[in-house]
Design a protein around this ligand. Structure first.
Ligand code: ATP
Ligand code: MG
Length: 390
């Protein structure tokens, strides 16, 4: 069976072959192509050693020489070319102690996590599928290569990869693989929080974000973090129509708990600060009804940056009226922030106000007045307003 591969991948495989090596496209790109999806990247596996790969191509990057990976640049795009390898003994439930190069493609495929990720392809040989990955694609099943308990014991991150792929592809997890997930779940304690977070994020950003529930159903949530385990997961509702934006999908998941608990979960997972800030804002506004008038909408908009307001509209499913009020407010350029206010702290000082806390308080009152009625945003009007309120 022939599949369509990019010209650059064909070139890399062809060149390795002409020099006497074996070479195949492998893993996610073969899986995605067979599914009719566009692969994110194309990985190549070869019998050539890293030094031999480097000798053949003009532009290469030493991506992970000790693991056998060299990135070959063709037309400014990188392709990871990795030498056939067997992963040595796993010492910490995560990293192989050493990798061993091999000349046998099958050994390289055997070390891979799931049958659907363990297929290789070359134009000459067609699909190499030693573990019935194609059958599992047909049945829409995630299944470990070999004994699932052993495979999760070697590397517990695979547990979350299984759930992540099931969400991305809308596949089920094979019963034996699922059983092994339950058994080996405690090993997740050895996996770095950043890597756990990355897999959970991919799950939430997928077409089936609600599959995050499988983390609870398979009994692994307590090994992710105590705060994570406390989320009332049966109530999770993350509509797939919700735009695939990291902070928005996390907020949709975490809106079931108070904002402080949401922040706790994200901190436990070593989430970046920007995402934490946005999720805190979104969860604290989640579920709030919004009065359908200009003033309420301006007040809310003044509390967050525009992109977060847009996210909140989606999260709370605000209707057409709120959306069109938002568009009008933006079109007119209504003042929403202190920076847009026609009066500055300098103006107040010039008018005789003592520098200090009072300045901020006055400006904030002026902003309130302008949010109520944007036509008040003129220096003379606001200064009069201030004088008469003294
Ligand atoms: P994606 O679309 O997310 O890139 P992918 O299948 O390409 O999916 P990668 O993480 O890029 O996934 O890994 C490339 C290949 O390497 C996988 O298809 C799989 O064969 C193998 N692999 C990756 N991580 C592991 C792991 N933890 N254990 C075993 N094999 C793995
Ligand atoms: Mg990949």
């Amino acid at each position: 069976m022939q599949i369509q591969i990019p010209r650059q991948v064909d070139y890399i495989i062809g060149k390795l072959k002409r020099h006497g090596y074996e070479a195949y496209a492998v893993g996610g790109c073969v899986r995605d192509t067979l599914l009719g999806r566009t692969p994110g990247d194309w990985d190549i596996t070869t019998s050539a050693r890293p030094a031999q790969v480097k000798a053949l191509f003009r532009r290469t990057i030493d991506t992970g020489i000790q693991h056998g990976t060299v990135t070959v640049l063709v037309d400014h795009v990188g392709y990871e070319v990795t030498t056939y390898r067997i992963d040595g003994e796993y010492e910490d439930g995560r990293h192989p102690k050493q990798v061993q190069f091999t000349s046998d493609l099958l050994e390289d495929l055997r070390r891979r996590d799931f049958t659907i990720n363990a297929m290789a392809y070359s134009p000459e040989s067609g699909i190499v599928d030693a573990f019935d990955g194609a059958g599992d694609l047909e049945r829409r099943v995630i299944r470990c290569v070999g004994d699932p308990t052993e495979r999760f014991t070697e590397d517990a991150l695979r547990i979350l990869r299984a759930i992540r792929f099931s969400a991305q592809l809308d596949f089920t997890i094979d019963p034996a693989t699922c059983e092994a997930i339950r058994t080996i779940a405690p090993n997740l304690a050895k996996v770095s929080k950043e890597r756990i977070q990355a897999e959970l994020t991919k799950t939430l950003l997928s077409d089936h974000p609600e599959k995050i529930k499988e983390v609870y159903e398979t009994g692994i949530s307590e090994y992710i973090s105590p705060a994570f385990a406390r989320i009332p997961w049966e109530k999770i509702r993350i509509p797939a129509e919700l735009p695939a934006i990291k902070y928005l999908r996390w907020a949709a998941f975490l809106r079931l708990v108070p904002p402080e608990d949401a922040v706790r979960v994200l901190k436990d997972l070593k989430m970046d600060n920007e995402t934490i800030t946005h999720v805190r804002t979104l969860t604290s506004w989640s579920g709030k009804p919004m009065e359908e008038n200009e003033i309420s909408v301006r007040r809310a908009m003044s509390q967050m940056n525009p992109q977060i307001w847009d996210a909140l509209i989606e999260l709370n499913q605000y209707g057409e009226n709120i959306r069109s009020l938002t568009a009008q407010i933006r079109e007119r350029g209504d003042c929403l922030t202190l920076r847009q206010l026609a009066v500055t702290g300098q103006d107040l000082i010039a008018a005789g106000v003592k520098p200090g806390r009072e300045i901020g308080e006055i400006l904030s009152k002026m902003l309130d007045a302008v949010l109520e009625d944007p036509s008040r945003n003129h220096k003379n009007i606001l200064m009069d307003f201030y004088d008469t309120s003294q």
